[in-house]
Ligand binder design. Structure first.
Ligand SMILES: Nc1ncnc2c1ncn2[C@@H]1O[C@H](COP(=O)(O)OP(=O)(O)OP(=O)(O)O)[C@@H](O)[C@H]1O
Length: 581
């Protein structure tokens, strides 16, 4: 009985559906990936990529099937989910339903990319064209991926040569920390053991890791280098809507943290300037014949103006024997300098500080420099001025120094052209202690043409123009001989006298060398130190225990103190005038 009614209903519904397009027809818009009047002049259609990014964001809520893209093919997991070819999704806008379809490109078409097809009822045409599409474009734009490549090497503006990029090193160090806490990243490289007991983790080529910053997920990808371009890069990817956050906050944060990690794990270095060699006429003849290739060789060599070794001097402010108040003042001065980057910027002063250390030989000037470097974890650049042939060579040396370094010029009174009378007898003695392991320091030619005015210029101009903090230390045995311009306040901000051994300094040396705080013989030593001038170096020599394996034994201590008292008696009060010329 119901059969005719059922048949009638079905028939009615089917025909009614056929009628709908006539009553309420659909509009179809195809958005292609390339546009242009001619096929050979096509260019990427911005609308296509924006709408694709929009669909990625909006449709990922309900859809169950996706295509994952974002990073270039084969370069990792990617960030953006997108529709599969032939897949259809719906979207709602102000109560209106629209259909999106990713249509494969027709066979034989010049454009191989699929295109996006939008369908909606014609009666909503104005709403869709005037409001929905601009709205979708805006959201899509915000979700398009921005990529930033931090390259391993960059070109210097001065010489246009490739130079390692500091930002790359900092990002790599930062990512090392990210990698070590990312549970999903299972294959890591542990390269560059920077301390005896630690490794720097890094991504393998093509590997990705995500990082979370203020609730925003960002992705890093290690991009291999190519023959034509650089040695590779680290690629940062993030949605466009976070551009401000990434550029203004995240990247500076990455560099800051990376620098901290590098500082905590790196080894300090001691740099010494390479000796410049003079060339004879045959060399110049060769140059004229093989100009192009030789100039390349020379150019490659010209950047290597420094030799370096790892800096492992054990001296610290704890082991440095000097009056405690004076020592504290120097340490506070160094700490204040390091902390006050913003202050220096605010008052328009370059972030550098000069220290003049003066005093007789053996009073601890070199030891003080090593203690400063160890305290601040800075590198040392030791400039042997007598091997620097010209003012321009000195400029190059200073330009190549890095931030967080102490630039040292020892025995400055004997090193400049303006002090020629002194040079011969002082050379050879000066570069001895903290860089004894460096092979390139032997020197037999003292024909430096660095002038005082050149030095003043560079300490002021070159170092002031560089970014990052630098400390300049000059040492001398004869402060009275130095040109006042060189040591005036602003160039040498702090003058530190390294004096003969006081009783306070002696007690520190006794504690370090003999492990004793007090002893009956101390009273005699104190008496003698009031009238005898002896350097800490000589005291240290006297205190070296005769039985090094038993530093605390009474016999050892007694014998050492006795030997020192003998030495002091031998020197006698007349020693007061020595070394003070
Ligand atoms: N104040 C000090 N505290 C601890 N050790 C010292 C001190 N002064 C000197 N010494 C010891 O004496 C040795 C020589 O000292 P140092 O080379 O620092 O003196 P200097 O003033 O730089 O001498 P020069 O003017 O000859 O270069 C050091 O290796 C160190 O062991």
């Amino acid at each position: 009985k119901n059969l005719p009614r059922m048949y009638f209903n079905l028939h009615l519904r089917r025909n009614a559906r056929r009628l709908v397009p006539f009553l309420d027809p659909f509009v179809t818009i195809d958005i292609v990936s390339k546009s242009g009047w001619r096929s050979d002049q096509s260019f990427d259609s911005r609308a296509y990529w924006e709408l694709k990014a929009y669909l990625t964001k909006e449709c990922s809520r309900d859809s169950l099937e996706f295509c994952a893209e974002g990073a270039a093919a084969g370069e990792g997991r990617g960030l953006l989910l997108s529709l599969r070819e032939g897949q259809e999704v719906t979207d709602q806008f102000q109560g209106v339903t629209v259909w999106w379809l990713l249509v494969p490109s027709p066979r034989g078409s010049s454009n191989e990319d699929p295109f996006l097809r939008l369908m909606f009822p014609q009666r909503h045409q104005r709403l869709i064209l005037d409001e929905y599409l601009p709205h979708a474009g805006r959201i899509g734009r915000d979700n398009m991926l921005v990529t930033i490549d931090i390259v391993k090497e960059s070109r210097t503006t001065r010489t246009e040569e490739l130079k390692s990029n500091d930002a790359f090193k900092e990002v790599k160090a930062y990512l090392s920390a990210v990698c070590s806490r990312a549970p999903g990243v299972l294959d890591l490289r542990a390269d560059g053991a920077v301390r005896d007991d630690s490794f720097l983790l890094s991504l393998r080529k093509g590997q990705e890791v995500s990082d979370l910053f203020r609730d925003v997920t960002l992705w890093w990808l290690s991009v291999p280098g190519s023959l034509s371009s650089s040695k590779g890069s680290l690629r940062l990817m993030f949605p466009q809507c976070h551009r401000g956050l990434v550029l203004d906050e995240y990247l500076p944060h990455v560099r800051r943290e990376g620098r901290k990690i590098m500082l905590g794990t790196r080894r300090q270095r001691l740099y010494t300037n390479k000796r410049e060699r003079s060339f004879g006429p045959i060399y110049y003849l060769l140059i004229s014949h093989f100009h192009v290739c030789m100039s390349r060789v020379l150019h490659a060599r010209s950047d290597e103006v420094w030799n370096h070794v790892e800096f492992e001097h054990p001296a610290t402010f704890d082991t440095l024997a000097m009056h405690p108040a004076k020592k504290r003042r120097i340490m506070e001065d160094l700490d204040t300098f390091c902390r006050n980057k913003d202050y220096y910027r605010r008052i328009g002063k370059p972030w550098k500080r000069g220290y003049l250390l003066y005093g007789p030989p053996g009073t601890g000037k070199s030891t003080m420099i090593a203690a400063m470097a160890n305290h601040l974890k800075y590198d040392i650049y030791d400039i042997e001025l007598t091997s620097v042939k010209s003012n321009s060579a000195l400029r190059k040396l200073l330009v190549e120094t890095t931030p967080k370094s102490i630039i040292v010029m020892e025995d400055i009174d004997c090193s400049l052209d303006d002090f020629t009378s002194q040079r011969g007898n002082r050379q050879g003695r000066r570069v001895k202690k903290i860089k004894s392991s460096c092979s390139d320091s032997d020197s037999d030619d003292y024909s430096s043409k660095v002038t005082l005015s050149g030095l003043l210029n560079f300490v002021d101009d070159v170092l002031s123009a560089q970014s990052g903090e630098r400390i300049v230390v000059l040492t001398t045995n004869f402060p009275g001989k130095l040109d006042p311009a060189l040591i005036r306040c602003g160039r040498m901000d702090m003058h530190v006298e390294m004096s003969y051994c006081s009783f306070e300094a002696f007690k520190m040396l006794a504690r370090n060398y003999l492990d004793v705080e007090a002893h009956p013989l101390f009273a005699r030593v104190e008496e003698l130190l009031q009238v005898v001038h002896i350097t800490p170096a000589d005291v240290a020599e006297g205190l070296l225990p005769s039985q090094p394996n038993v530093p605390g034994s009474d016999l050892g201590v007694e014998a050492c103190l006795g030997r020192l008292i003998e030495e002091l008696n031998k020197k006698g009060p007349r020693a007061e005038t020595q070394g003070q010329s």
